[in-house]
Every structure is written in C-alpha cells, then in structure tokens.
Design a protein around this ligand. Structure first.
Ligand code: RB5
Length: 143
C-alpha cells in the first residue's frame, strides 16, 4: 500500500516520524514535502496529496500542519478527497468506517507522537463499513 504524505513547517517533524513509522512497517511512501522547518504555505502540500490520492498515485494520504486545520481545508478542495482532521483514535476509526475518509489530517502542534502514530495505524487498517454510509458518501460526492 502506498501512502502520500504532505506537511507544512508546523507538521514537518511529525511527517518525518510518520514516514519512518510507515517505511518500518513495509508501506510505500510518496513524500510530497515540505522537507524542512522553513516556513511554507500549507495549501500546496494539501493540494499535492489530494491529487495523488484522487489520481491513484497513492492509496491514502496523510497531511500535517500545525493544527491540522488549514491543510485539511486545503486538501478537501480537491474533488474526491475526504480529508478528516482527527485528534483521537475513535475519530480515526470512525472516519474510515463511516466517512470512507481517504486522507488523515493531523496537527503536529496538537497531538503527541505516540497518539499520532496510533491514529495512523488505525486509519490505515480500518475498512469502510458501506451500507447506509454509502448513500451519504454518494451525496457528498454529488455536491
Ligand atoms: C503555520 O504557522 C500554521 O498556521 C499552520 O501550520 C496551520 O496550523 C494552519 O492551519
């Protein structure tokens, strides 16, 4: 499975930890930057990850900025993206089961590393439930 990663300077350090974690577990990683703590604008990194997921260059995306808010808003501008900002493991599980989220958004200045990596593992290992949730996803896609 290939995972696209993107972050701004506020999410860079957590992105690097997620990258090592995923590579250690045998995932392929498509790192779309940023590549340092130098200040950058988050929209282009969210846009790049969103496009990678929608174009099937990656199976899922993970985006990180300081709060996770700005980059989740930017990533969700790409049609077909369902980016979910999560702050706990229940949200990470439910957004896969109910929302079929294809991008996980995290706040590098909000959540600790251990929790973040746990959310990554849960997000990537949880299946969409389908059923009644499919109609809701189809309605979102129709907007
Ligand atoms: C950058 O300083 C910060 O605004 C950004 O990382 C993010 O938190 C925006 O939502």
């Amino acid at each position: 499975m290939k995972i696209a990663l993107g972050a701004d300077h506020g999410g860079f350090e957590l992105k690097e930890k997620i990258k090592s974690h995923l590579l250690g577990k045998g995932f392929e990683v498509l790192d779309l930057g940023t590549n340092s703590t130098a200040s950058v604008d988050y929209p282009k990194f969210g846009h790049a990850v969103g496009h990678a997921v929608v174009n099937k260059d990656a199976d899922f995306g993970i985006v990180v900025c300081g709060t996770g808010i700005g980059i989740s808003i930017a990533t969700n501008k790409v049609p077909g993206v369902r980016a979910a900002l999560c702050t706990n493991t229940t949200m990470a599980r439910l957004t896969r089961e109910h929302n079929d989220a294809n991008v996980l958004a995290l706040g590098g200045r909000i959540v600790g590393d251990v929790l973040a990596l746990e959310m990554v593992d849960i997000f990537l290992s949880t299946a969409f439930e389908g059923g009644r949730h499919s109609n809701r996803i189809n309605s979102i896609e129709a907007i």
